[in-house]
Ligand binder design. Structure first.
Ligand SMILES: Nc1nc2c(ncn2[C@@H]2O[C@H](COP(=O)(O)OP(=O)(O)O)[C@@H](O)[C@H]2O)c(=O)[nH]1
Ligand SMILES: [Mg+2]
Length: 185
């Protein structure tokens, strides 16, 4: 049994196979009644919940607090990510921080190979990232997926309201601060 299954599933499901087709009631923090509601909306299995939740989100949110829904979605996605073993072949790093802190610059610098002068050229004239920016770098032979979360306040609200879209499967969070911009940090 994996640690995740241990943490996220009810006892009777922890050692079972075929996670994709588990009924949603297998999740630790979901009641029979809540699972019936999900079933009526076509989100009957862990796999369906993790892939089709967005179509039914508004309907779910009418009957259940969003925090509960978000935690079910996150749990089902985490379990499936682990099942497909993506977690063991790479790492997901999220870079956050307010706009203009230096997130994109840091991510470009980490990826950069070659002369420093050409790096500085690229860093000049960066414009603020809108929403989510993904890139992949290789560190000691491991694929690292860097996700930069654009720092303007309109985006920041979305991250907190829809955490399951951004934070699932995160291994490390880097919080970037521009220490010269005292008034902002
Ligand atoms: N002087 C200086 N400028 C930087 C440094 N890192 C980033 N910048 C500049 O700060 C601005 C904002 O950086 P950016 O990476 O776009 O920030 P982001 O909004 O957090 O992605 C850009 O004009 C960069 O060229 C640094 O270490 N020193
Ligand atoms: Mg940026």
């Amino acid at each position: 049994m994996s640690e995740l299954k241990d943490k996220l599933l009810k006892d009777e499901y922890k050692d079972k196979e075929d996670l994709r087709n588990f009924p949603v009631v297998a999740l630790l923090d979901i009641t029979e009644e809540e699972s019936k509601l999900l079933k009526e909306l076509g989100l009957d299995t862990i796999e369906n919940l993790s892939t089709k939740w967005s179509d039914q989100y508004a309907k779910m949110a009418k009957k259940v607090p969003k925090e509960r829904i978000n935690s079910w979605i996150a749990a089902s996605r985490l379990l499936l990510v682990e099942e497909s073993e993506k977690v063991t072949t790479g790492a997901k790093i999220i870079m956050v921080g307010i706009d203009n802190a230096g997130k994109t610059s840091l991510s470009i610098a980490l990826k950069h190979r070659g002369a420093l002068s050409s790096l500085f050229q690229r860093l000049n004239g960066l414009t603020p990232t809108r929403g989510l920016l993904r890139s992949k770098i290789e560190v000691f032979g491991m694929d690292v997926h860097l996700h930069e979360l654009g720092g303007q306040s309109i985006y920041r609200e979305d991250y907190l309201e829809n955490p399951q879209q951004y934070f699932v499967g995160t291994d490390t969070i880097i919080y970037v601060i521009d220490i010269q911009a005292k008034d902002r940090f």
